[in-house]
Design a binder for this molecule. Structure first.
Ligand code: SF4
Length: 367
């Protein structure tokens, strides 16, 4: 995203109204019209809006003050159904997003960082290291591009692309505020999932945000309906610490305390526990029983994800039968779970496969 300090995508509705007041002495009538036009129709030109018709010099001033253009796509790969697209960011970096077809709509997996510092052993992004966090406008731009440039009916957002969202939570929440505003893109918060590797401080911060009631005049729901997913991936601390270094900082017992405190908005809501099944590492029957025991007093749904090999994967993808067996062991032990498809794996667009190691190799030239 070629964004500058005045990139309009960084402003939520109230922020844009405030900017209009500060810069032009105008208010919601003009700012609201531009917000609706931009997000609902992808039309950023105030000169085309009736609210600005009587004041062309204001339209000109607004046009000059706020830079907006959709970012350029720098790559695309897919299997015809699921595909990832790469957008140019300032400094020569790229974001990666994945369009995933669901039954009635499409889901977009967005990145919150370029690279990641969490170092999970099964993840291609980890091999890039951490380059930088995306700002809110760069996160929103991924959705705008999918909706308005690719014309995809995106109704569901998962923060499961590159990066750990809790490591960039302010920008993630600002992006959620913008994406879910009913006067704009109007993506229901119950259709937005924030996924974490188990960053306990972040989970507790998000819990506080989710607990706050929405303001009376809010055109969203505060953050009360946001969904949380946790990458569990292992049945015990010994295995988890080998796969996911964050477990040494926040072991399973601490993670569980934070999850027990996390407020679920409605009766039927779940915490989503992602479990990447790796052959010979975490896919035995005793592992399934340990997972079920760990989750016993949590309201959780386990999503089983067969491991998607990266470029030089040394880990093994489980056979279909192994995945089915793990599913049955969990269900028999009373733990609800689902098997997630691995759409896009041949195009490196599936879970755990995002990232471009080339960017890691030349960070100085790109900074
Ligand atoms: S799995 Fe997620 S948190 Fe772990 S390294 Fe990959 S992007 Fe980062």
């Amino acid at each position: 995203m070629l964004s500058g300090p005045d990139d309009i995508l960084r402003y939520d509705y109230d922020g844009l109204v405030a900017e209009f007041g500060r810069r032009f002495g105008k208010g919601e009538y003009h700012a609201g019209a531009l917000f609706r036009s931009l997000y609902r129709h992808g039309e950023p030109d105030p000169g085309k809006l009736p609210e600005f018709a009587a004041n062309p010099s204001l339209a000109e001033a607004v046009r000059g003050a706020f830079g907006y253009r959709l970012p350029e796509q720098s790559g695309r790969a897919g299997d015809g159904v699921t595909y990832k697209f790469l957008l140019k960011l300032r400094g020569g970096l790229e974001s990666e997003s994945v369009v995933i077809p669901m039954r009635q709509y499409k889901s977009l997996c967005v990145s919150s960082q370029v690279g990641c510092k969490m170092g999970c052993t099964f993840c291609e992004t980890a091999k890039m290291g951490y380059l930088r966090s995306l700002d809110a406008s760069e996160i929103v731009a991924q959705v705008m591009y999918a909706r308005h440039a690719l014309k995809e009916p995106i109704e569901n957002i998962v923060f499961m692309g590159m990066g750990e969202p809790m490591d960039n939570l302010d920008n993630v929440l600002q992006a959620v505020r913008i994406l879910s505003d009913q006067r704009g893109l109007n993506i229901a918060q119950s259709a937005i999932t924030i996924s974490t590797v188990g960053h306990v401080d972040g989970i507790r911060r998000l819990a506080r945000a989710v607990s706050e009631p929405p303001a009376d005049d809010s055109h969203g729901s505060g953050f009360t309906r946001l969904r949380l997913a946790v990458s569990l991936n292992a049945p015990n601390d010994a295995i988890r610490s080998r796969m996911m270094p964050i477990n040494r900082q926040w072991p399973l017992a601490e993670l569980k305390k934070a999850l027990l405190d996390f407020p679920l908005a409605r009766k039927g809501d779940f915490l989503f526990m992602e479990y990447v099944l790796i052959a010979g590492v975490n896919d035995a029957r005793e592992h399934a029983l340990e997972v079920a025991e760990y989750l016993r007093d949590l309201k959780a749904c386990v999503n089983l994800i067969p491991y998607n090999p990266g470029l030089d994967a040394t880990l093994g993808r489980p056979e279909k039968e192994g995945v089915a067996a793990f599913y049955h062991w969990l269900m028999e032990a009373g733990q609800y779970c689902r098997i997630r498809g691995t759409k896009g794996k041949d195009a490196m667009a599936a879970c755990g496969q995002l990232g471009n190691r080339e960017l890691k190799r030349k960070p100085k030239a790109l900074a």
